[in-house]
Design a protein around this ligand. Structure first.
Ligand code: TPP
Ligand code: MG
Length: 613
């Protein structure tokens, strides 16, 4: 059965816009008794379907996910694990992929279908059913889930898996749980299963009536605003978007996944929008009478917890391949491909241009933000440096085609605003799940997808400590990463959040427990990230000043293996938020005064949340 599975995967191809490529680039895996004799054996006899050995199952799913994202979802990996902990380690990765609408095929080993030797090593027993294993936990985080209890079920499961993986609307993690005994069983599979199969990736068109109506809405709008989400990039719609906004003068705010839809210095690009947005994008969102949301899930960071749009008459047009996203905020739903739809709208809006007071407001807001960004890049703070200066140095050092990758902590908010993205896919932020540990593993997937671009992984000390093992894998495979560790001795992001909810940063510093107080308020833990990275085989160096960092980046460019630059940054020197708000509920009752006043502010701010019904 496992041989048949591998044989099938090798034959899958996709085609979009007339370009055809093999869909699977290979398999990531960590073997155990739950897959070594089944899938492992099948891979051993199919060396043309490359096997990649990872260090951690969660990390390998992140690598696969980042690879798929960098390939605009047109090329993916499968991930094989043993049963039990190897399988459940992939859960976080599967959730990350599904939430970000990115395809990955998850192949966890499973307990024996034949049951006679149960409980087997690592089996979760249940006294009320034998039809359960830890792999059932993948159900909510998978867009398709199946368990192959008999070898003859395989053909029907793999076709469903491919349908979902290649669907722009439905894609995400697909889990096929593979009982250990069934993997090794034989069955006389029909030959057609192993013939070359090409899956066409469609570009669905919007409903004609709704398209006409949206043209009327856009024509009637005085202050329209586009929100560009990840769908713009996946659909390869960036050039069409540029033509659309150059023709109409409509400004654009970019979500985390949509950043890079336009070059950062494009006159119509107001940059980041939402909680982590620029003042310009957020002020125009507040006033907009029409929001055209393209390829975005409209998550709370984008909508500022539904406080972003304050114009009483605001309407929404959502262009999205996914029905569920197209209908959000009671929008006029254009359930369609972003590129096709933007092109149709552009043609239908020939001659339309937003009027001058709006146009000059767009350019003055953009200029104001440029001045603010330059202030943040030149704080001359420290050492320890401010995080914004570090970002300034790295973004100005990187070449236009290079890629920045990040996922969690305070960096996503700062990078969303400050990173200067020149090209689509130059900014790779995993902010659907904001999963600590994605950064280095993801960086590897990006580099594998496009080795011609330098990859800059920006990672906090907290995230690094959580999952940095794939440094080893990057060396094993010869894919160079430039990793910059921003060491602020703890969780700056959550520390700041904790302060804002009246909890004073409790439990967010990396400190020794002090016997006198019994609390984590002793000396800072002396973690040496340089030595740690070097011990894994990376070229590692510390940078204290701006000059050190510039030299270290130069040096890194000359190396051909993974380099790690460790920079200490000032935890309290944060980039502020601008014209936005995020709903994080504060305790309604507390003896602590700071919490009481945070709650009072919270209640006031929440009043701005709107229902779009
Ligand atoms: C796996 C995971 N656990 C917990 C969180 C919640 N969380 C978000 S940011 C953060 C701290 C990140 O610390 P670090 O990487 O040092 O970045 P910093 O906040 O210091 O910039 C935590 C714990 C998360 N996003 N992901
Ligand atoms: Mg930190």
């Amino acid at each position: 059965m496992a041989q048949a599975l591998v044989g099938f995967l090798k034959q899958q191809h996709i085609e979009r816009d007339g370009r055809e490529t093999p869909f699977f680039a290979g398999v990531w895996g960590i073997f155990g008794h739950g897959n070594v004799a089944g899938v492992g054996q099948a891979l051993h006899q199919n060396l043309d379907f490359r096997y990649y050995l990872a260090r951690n199952e969660q990390a390998m799913v992140h690598t696969a996910t980042a690879f798929a994202k960098m390939n605009n979802r047109l090329r993916i990996f499968a991930c094989t694990s043993s049963i039990g902990p190897g399988a459940t380690n992939m859960l976080t990765g599967a959730a990350t992929a599904t939430i970000n609408r990115l395809p990955v095929l998850i192949l966890p080993g499973d307990i024996f279908a034949r049951r006679n030797v149960a409980p087997v090593l690592q089996q979760l027993e249940s006294e009320h059913t034998q039809d359960i294993s830890v792999n059932d936990a993948f159900k909510p985080v998978s867009r398709y889930w199946d368990r192959i209890n008999r070898p003859d079920q395989l053909p029907f499961a793999v076709l469903e898996a491919m349908r979902v993986l290649t669907s722009p609307a439905d894609t995400g993690a697909v889990t096929l749980a593979l009982p250990q005994d069934v993997q090794a069983e034989s069955w006389d599979y029909p030959g057609e299963l192993f013939e070359k199969r090409v899956w066409h990736i469609p570009r669905p068109m919007a409903d004609r009536t709704l398209l006409k109506r949206s043209v009327q809405w856009i024509r009637a709008a005085k202050k329209p605003l586009i929100i560009a989400g990840g769908g713009v990039i996946y659909s390869d719609a960036t050039e069409v978007l540029a033509r659309f906004v150059e023709q109409t003068g409509i400004p654009v705010g970019e979500t985390q996944a949509g950043k890079g839809s336009l070059p950062y210095d494009h006159p119509q690009n107001l940059g980041a929008i939402g909680v982590t947005g620029t003042p310009g994008a957020n002020l125009l969102a507040r006033e907009a009478d029409l929001v055209i949301a393209v390829g975005t899930r409209l998550g709370d960071f984008t909508t500022a917890s539904k406080t972003a749009f304050q114009n009483p008459g605001v309407r929404f047009i959502n262009v999205n391949v996914a029905d569920v996203d197209a209908h959000k905020q009671a929008a006029l739903p254009l359930v369609a491909d972003a590129r096709t739809t933007l092109e149709e709208l552009r043609a239908a809006l020939e001659g339309l241009r937003v009027e001058d007071p709006y146009t000059s407001r767009i350019s003055s807001l953009k200029k104001e933000w440029e001045a603010e960004a330059s202030r943040l890049f030149n704080l001359k703070h420290g050492p320890p440096l401010s995080q914004s200066e570090v970002i300034g140095i790295v973004t100005q050092f990187a070449r236009p085609e290079d890629v920045m990758v990040c996922a969690a902590g305070s960096l996503p908010g700062d990078l969303h605003k400050l990173w200067q993205t020149h090209q689509p896919r130059g900014y790779h932020m995993e902010y659907g799940y904001s999963c600590m540990g994605y950064e280095i593993a993801g960086g590897l997937g990006i580099k594998m997808a496009d080795p011609s671009r330098e990859v800059y992984v920006m990672v906090g000390d907290g995230s690094y400590l959580m999952l940095s093992s794939e440094i080893v894998t990057s060396l094993q495979e010869g894919y160079k990463l430039n990793i910059i560790v921003l060491d602020n001795h703890g969780f700056s992001s959550i520390g700041g959040l904790s302060q804002s909810v009246g909890s004073g940063g409790f439990g967010t510093d990396f400190r020794f427990r002090r016997p006198d107080s019994g609390q984590l308020d002793g000396k800072t833990l002396p973690v040496d990230f340089v030595t740690n990275a070097a011990s894994l085989g990376a070229q590692a160096v510390r940078a204290v000043t701006c000059g050190d960092l510039e030299r270290a980046l130069q040096e890194a460019r000359r190396h051909d293996r993974t380099t790690v630059i460790v920079v200490e940054v000032d935890k309290e020197m944060r980039v502020p938020g601008y014209e936005s708000w995020w709903d994080v509920p504060v305790a309604e009752a507390s003896e602590i005064e700071a919490v009481q006043s945070a709650r009072a502010q919270y209640e006031k701010a929440r009043k701005k949340e709107r229902y779009f019904l």
